[in-house]
Design a protein around this ligand. Structure first.
Ligand code: UDP
Ligand code: MG
Length: 327
């Protein structure tokens, strides 16, 4: 069993003045419960990330932090979206704590599931994904679009955990490695599994929003799905190459066919040469486009400069050069 870890709860907030006064005490209650159960350190904190809110959110957060040092707040210079807000909180806290749990501030995700998440960490898991056990509270439309979203991502080769959003525990050890993923277009639920390490799942029930309104209409969901695919998969480019190849083959058959028609003599003047040219050039163009796309895809993956390997265990203790010299 590990020592009592310092937990930081990371909570992104965008225009949440209606929700915060209700949910902030609930987060505090949960942290106190975990401290009293003796499974997390008394140094544990709740870190709110204000994502460029236009309402009273930041003032409320400042008040909370003034009254109780368990609450911390950071603020982004402008609204950057949920994913960047969570990332800012994770990166900010990674050197100050042992584990982080990211959760939305609207009370939709069952706060009590943090108990099982911390227990799973103490059993040796470095990442614990919160997975919705059911979606009864969602409308049919939301359920259908969300489920199609996960299926599409998986089909495109983006490894995501079904029905897991952004409620998860990540140890600071994993966050240190995650900090090496320098990409700008971030899609956390597709990126975290790439880091590896021992992980598990905890199921929880998702409720209705306590107050305020969702900031994720269909248009934002679609753009999140598009970002997820284009920042983690080059399958769409591969598909263009595939289509280009098929069309190139069909075009070649078209050229042969126009020749046959020409020699049988059932064509008007110029038809065979025109058809051959159109087929040939069309096919070759698409194939070339696909090949170019292949290279652009490679450049795209290289530009990200992701770490090429991550060492999770060692049979020896690694010491730095300075430590070696001091021996
Ligand atoms: N959020 C954010 N920046 C944004 C939009 C949302 O930080 O630009 C936060 C929001 O305050 C909430 C979480 O992200 O804590 C999830 O947003 P929301 O509840 O509106 O999404 P839904 O649960 O409806 O998908
Ligand atoms: Mg919500």
């Amino acid at each position: 069993m590990k020592n009592k870890p310092v937990l930081y709860i990371i909570i992104p907030c965008y225009n949440e003045e209606k929700v915060l006064p209700i949910t902030a005490p609930l987060f505090k209650q949960e942290i106190m419960k975990l401290i009293n159960r003796n499974i997390i350190s008394v140094k544990s904190k709740i870190m709110f990330v204000n994502d460029g809110s236009k309402d009273q959110t930041w003032n409320i957060l400042c008040e909370l932090a003034k009254k109780d040092d368990c609450f911390l707040g950071i603020s982004q210079s402008r609204n950057r979206g949920h994913q960047n807000a969570v990332l800012a909180g994770l990166m900010e806290s990674k050197d100050q704590c042992d584990i982080t749990i990211s959760i939305d501030c609207d009370g939709q995700d069952d706060i009590n599931a943090m108990d099982s998440m911390v227990e799973e960490y103490l059993k040796g898991n470095e990442i614990v994904y919160g997975v919705r056990s059911r979606r009864d509270t969602d409308t049919f439309f939301k359920r259908f679009t969300a489920e199609s979203f996960y299926k599409l991502l998986n089909w495109m080769g983006v490894e995501v955990i079904y029905n897991h959003a952004d409620y998860r525990l990540i140890s600071s050890r994993v966050l240190q490695e995650f900090a090496n993923y320098k990409e700008v277009n971030i899609f956390l639920r597709g990126m975290v599994p790439l880091v590896g390490f021992k992980s598990t799942i905890v199921y929880y029930e998702r409720h209705e929003r306590i107050a305020g309104e969702s900031h994720y209409p269909l248009s934002k969901m679609l753009s999140l799905a598009f970002d997820g695919i284009t920042s983690l998969s080059i399958k769409p480019i591969r598909m263009i190459t595939g289509v280009g190849f098929v069309i190139a083959v069909l075009s070649f058959i078209g050229v042969l066919w126009s020749f046959v028609e020409y020699f049988i003599g059932e064509t008007v003047n110029g038809w065979a040469s025109m058809t051959s040219l159109i087929c040939f050039i069309g096919g070759v163009q698409l194939l070339c486009l696909g090949i170019l796309g292949e290279y652009i895809g490679k450049i795209y993956l290289e530009v990200k400069a992701r770490p090429r390997y991550i060492i999770s265990d060692r049979t020896y203790t690694k010491t730095t050069i300075c430590e070696e010299e001091n021996k």
